[in-house]
Design a protein around this ligand. Structure first.
Ligand SMILES: Nc1ncnc2c1ncn2[C@@H]1O[C@H](COP(=O)(O)OP(=O)(O)O)[C@@H](O)[C@H]1O
Ligand SMILES: [Mg+2]
Length: 238
């Protein structure tokens, strides 16, 4: 067992339920989920298709609300108006998606500045921060490129820079290597490990146990329930 007494809770979920109603059908996508994640952890959430991973990720990322239960994110109760929830999301979470979700008409430099648009940064600050984040993923020579001019691995590096730029409390990655070949995927996973070594809290959703092995802790979801929660003996790439 880990001694958690000195660790800062960043996510505290208590009795979370998510019910989808389709006509007279009721589907419990999350059933009494209890989950605590601490600052600086690298957690993989794994489970087969239909297990409830995306539902859980949407709630963790404040993209959706539970039907029941309590979710405290970095000390804030997320039971609030949609506007307030969007503000919390913008401030606290950096997202990395399987398909990168970059805006095709914007160049790399502009894409990375997007999360800061409504966060009260000055223009100069936005540019400085974006440049710093882009340098971190090694793409400072590609500032003016559009996403379509980059490889999949480069696009995911841009997405990592975009996730980092607002200095979020949590980086939430949904199948971050799902669209990449295995070598490029390993590079992206190496980058996530490095970010975690620098103190970032990372939550990665994946259906692939080999990829989950890069994280330090593995939470398994099945039929809407957490069925196991273990520390990885020795994470890959460490
Ligand atoms: N918007 C929705 N409306 C109705 N049912 C949904 C919705 N989203 C997900 N579900 C159902 O909830 C269950 C969990 O889905 P999901 O969270 O997407 O699982 P996973 O990401 O692990 O594949 C599935 O049975 C799925 O069909
Ligand atoms: Mg899913």
């Amino acid at each position: 067992m880990q001694d958690n007494s000195n660790r800062q809770e960043i996510i505290t979920m208590t009795n979370i339920e998510k019910v989808y109603k389709m006509g007279s059908n009721i589907l419990k996508a999350l059933d009494n989920v209890n989950l605590t994640i601490y600052k600086g952890e690298y957690v993989a959430i794994v489970g087969p298709s239909g297990a409830g991973k995306s539902t859980l990720m949407n709630i963790i990322g404040c993209l959706d609300k539970p039907t029941d239960g309590e979710y405290i994110l970095d000390g804030l109760n997320t039971k609030c108006s949609d506007n307030k929830l969007a503000e919390i999301r913008n401030k606290k979470i950096g997202f990395i998606f399987q398909n990168y979700n970059l805006l095709p008409k914007l160049n790399i430099f502009e894409n990375v500045q997007l999360p800061m648009l409504y966060a009260g940064y000055s223009n100069k600050e936005m540019k400085e921060r974006a440049l710093e984040a882009i340098k971190k993923v090694g793409l400072e020579t590609h500032l003016k490129h559009r996403p379509s001019e980059l490889s999949g691995g480069q696009m995911q590096r841009v997405a990592i820079a975009r996730a980092l730029v607002g200095d979020p409390q949590i980086i939430l990655a949904d199948e971050p290597t799902g669209a990449l070949d295995s070598k490029t995927g390993r590079e992206v996973l190496g980058m996530l490990t490095e970010l975690n070594n620098e103190g970032n809290t990372i939550i990665m959703i994946t259906h692939d146990k080999e990829i989950a092995a890069y994280a330090k802790r593995m939470v398994t979801v099945r039929d809407g329930k957490i069925t196991s929660d273990t520390l990885n003996e020795k994470e890959v790439g460490a």
